[in-house]
Design a protein around this ligand. Structure first.
Ligand code: AVJ
Ligand code: FE
Length: 439
């Protein structure tokens, strides 16, 4: 934004706010009011909670904080504070009904557009105010992905439609070699980067091999059909205990069909495309597959180095393909398609190391817990990231077909419990360099 003029920034923020709202409206207008207030899974909020929560965060940070205006509704803050009420308890709260929630988010948005119009967006407050708008755009888009996951859990006839993903041709090489060396991880410059992505810092990464693509349904089916879910040798102790307790037998939303499998994708029962990245596996399943395959999961620094480091310049890029924002040719993002795309579908999005589909398609589980980078400072509130540090979480990187470009970049860090399967998560495998390859 140092080079972006104030009016260009204003227009960009307004466009991104409108994009996010169009998606929230599409996801909530797709179902009737009964469906909006229903809890489709104890793991998720009713869609109407997400909608009003989006409006409430927007009110807190943009109307009250940036705008310094009077509250729109100060009586509902507690209902929409995610820390006050676990998801399972939210349907029992005296929530705004669908009509009230729609009215509320419109009223907040009208005020926010007025705040945006009048904000100088320059000088002393540019950084803080510009970030607050970016944070709220990303917040709405993150909840739009969460709402898409709720749609996947919803039963009943399908209500969402989208173009099928483009075809792909699997890359010739199954893995790439990334030599040892340090690279710049995280960012201090990206104006919309969240606190946990900051600051930029140097990290040494030992030489390793990384899969050029995420693990496909076909590859994963070989693990399933080869008895992988019945053999504790492949599973960690906690993974096996969870596999037993939850009676896992295949990825979530796979359905037995004779000797084979079908999948339920947003209510459509269909054959499983063999060449698409597997999705809806938890961390424990990803790790068991990797162990079965004689490999391991990548670490978070390995993933980010493969996605950003350009050996020709020694610089870290914003995205695998360069610094420019994602276009439809680069990555499967933004709910343009309602599934991952086949491997090799985005040759224009390949990283300098030769790795495909690091951004989009499926979030990738990594064998790293959630901590702050050296020099981390909580901003603008501890509850965004810091309170989760050191908890029972594994990192996820790259975004999925359900993630908007506004909430996607190679520094973006996501995290979840290692048992979570309703998110759009898959993985790829890595392995250590052979002794002769370690420099
Ligand atoms: C970063 C995706 C884990 O959805 O819980 C939304 C994002 N934070 N509202 C989540 C978030 C507050 C967060 N994740
Ligand atoms: Fe939220």
């Amino acid at each position: 934004t140092t080079t972006e003029g104030t009016e260009a920034l204003r227009t960009r923020v307004a466009t991104r706010l409108a994009d996010a709202r169009a998606r929230s409206v599409a996801l909530t207008d797709a179902v009737d009011d009964d469906d909006l207030v229903r809890q489709h899974s104890r793991l998720m909020s009713p869609l109407v909670w997400d909608l009003a929560h989006i409006g409430n965060q927007e009110e807190l940070w943009l109307v009250r904080d940036v705008g310094g205006r009077e509250p729109v509704r100060c009586d509902i803050d507690n209902l929409y504070d995610a820390f006050q009420h676990p998801r399972a308890d939210r349907p029992a709260l005296p929530l705004l009904d669908p009509t009230e929630a729609r009215h509320y988010v419109r009223e907040v948005r009208d005020k926010v557009l007025d705040v945006l119009d009048r904000s100088p967006l320059e000088g002393r407050r540019l950084e803080a105010d510009g970030f607050a708008f970016g944070m709220i755009v990303q917040h709405e888009q993150q909840h739009d992905e969460t709402m898409l996951a709720t749609h996947q859990l919803r039963s009943g006839p399908p209500v969402l439609t989208a173009e099928p993903p483009p075809p792909g041709l699997a890359p010739a090489a199954a893995e790439v070699f990334v030599p040892a060396g340090s690279f710049t991880m995280g960012t201090s410059l990206d104006p919309w980067a969240l606190d946990n992505e900051r600051p930029a810092h140097e990290v040494h990464v030992d030489a390793f091999h990384l899969d050029t693509t995420p693990v496909t349904n076909a590859a994963y089916a070989a693990f399933v059909d080869g008895g992988g879910y019945d053999d504790p040798r492949w599973w960690s102790d906690t993974g096996w205990a969870y596999r037993q307790k939850a009676n896992l037998t295949a990825p979530r939303f796979w359905l037995r069909d004779g000797a084979g499998w079908l999948r339920d994708r947003f209510g459509v029962i269909e054959p499983i495309p063999p060449d698409e990245p597997v999705v809806h596996v938890c961390f424990h399943e990803a790790l068991a597959y990797a162990t079965w395959a004689g490999r391991r999961l990548p670490t978070e620094p390995e993933w980010e180095k493969a996605a950003r480091y350009d050996p020709a310049t020694g610089r870290s890029r914003r995205f695998p393909w360069g610094d420019e924002d994602p276009g439809p040719e680069h990555a499967n993002l933004g709910q343009r398609h309602l599934s991952p795309a086949p491997v090799g579908a985005y040759p224009a999005g390949v990283s300098p190391s030769g790795v495909h589909q690091l951004i989009g398609d499926v979030w990738e589980w990594l064998d790293t817990g959630f901590t702050g980078y050296p020099g981390f400072e909580a901003f603008p509130y501890r509850e965004y990231s810091e309170v989760f540090f050191g908890g029972d979480y594994k990192m996820l990187r790259g975004g999925s077909f359900g993630t908007d470009p506004a909430a996607s970049r190679s520094t973006f860090r996501n995290w979840d419990h290692p048992i979570r399967r309703q998110i759009f998560a898959g993985f790829r495998c890595a392995r250590d360099a052979d002794p002769g390859e370690r420099a």
